[in-house]
Design a protein around this ligand. Structure first.
Ligand SMILES: O=C(O)CCC(=O)C(=O)O
Length: 259
């Protein structure tokens, strides 16, 4: 398991922050953000990096407020808008092309709990490849998992891209259904995800940006008036941020960076 100290940090007040974020996303797939972040600052940073996706839960500028709110029961998962735990997951796992990038900023931290849970899908993949090859084959089988409700997405947890990289699409909750050949592996997968999890206590004005096809994100249960802002979208330049990650088995020679 990695430590929070191993992850790149960028202060959004730094004039070079956009370049530094891009660099951190390329090397680590995630950057921790600081610098008294508020809505405008988060939006400004997002616009310099991604094409923002506006969606059902967001305001017209693409910003979604994550706080407790009354729930309508329309069959989709709205756990994000409760104080409940959110297991580490891929954002938008039920859509054909999940957003490549997710940004989250804390405007008001919880009284208790509400810690961010982050899992590097690359470390998870490498660990499964090293210890559980049959499980890796099952998790990479096309159409072995159904993500979402009525109009969900049939896919695989790990998918190979045309560039020989791997992307992850995962959630383990009431809105995913696994094919019978995958079911025997799910408890073990759950344990491995837990073992790889890094917890971060985001304070007011702090946040993170991550590649959603590499990192899983979630949070612990909380009390209090916790208030977060979320933006999702896709890189302005896909050349700068290739999909997913390169697995250890396909790594370049020692001494060369693996991204
Ligand atoms: O509340 C959080 O920290 C994360 C929210 C989240 O995971 C989500 O909305 O998908």
């Amino acid at each position: 398991m990695r430590d929070i100290g191993d992850l790149p940090h960028v202060d959004l007040r730094d004039p070079d922050s956009t370049a530094r974020i891009l660099n951190g996303l390329t090397t680590h797939g995630i950057v921790l953000l600081h610098g008294g972040i508020e809505r405008d600052k988060l939006l400004g940073a997002a616009r310099s990096l991604i094409t923002i996706r506006v969606h059902r839960d967001s305001d017209s500028d693409g910003v979604t407020t994550i706080a407790q709110r009354p729930l309508s029961n329309d069959g989709t998962s709205l756990t994000g808008f409760t104080n409940r735990e959110l297991w580490p997951h891929t954002e938008g796992s039920a859509v054909c092309r999940p957003p490549r990038v997710l940004m989250l900023a804390c405007l008001r931290s919880a009284e208790t709990g509400g810690r961010s849970i982050l899992v590097d899908g690359r470390d998870l993949y490498d660990e499964i490849a090293r210890t559980e090859p049959a499980m890796l084959a099952a998790l990479s089988t096309p159409r072995s998992a159904y993500f979402g409700g009525g109009s969900g997405r049939l896919g695989a947890v790990f998918q190979q891209t045309t560039e020989g990289r791997i992307t992850i699409r995962l959630r383990i909750d009431e809105v995913v259904h696994f094919a019978p050949m995958l079911v025997p592996y799910i408890d073990r997968l759950r344990t491995l995800v837990q073992q790889q999890a890094i917890q971060i206590d985001l304070r007011d004005g702090h946040g993170y940006i991550l590649l959603n096809d590499r990192w899983l994100h979630g949070r612990t249960r909380f009390t209090g008036n916790r208030l977060m802002l979320r933006i999702i979208g896709d890189p302005l330049s896909t050349d700068a941020l290739p999909s997913g990650f390169r697995p250890a088995e396909a790594s370049p020679p020692a001494g060369t960076a693996r991204t």
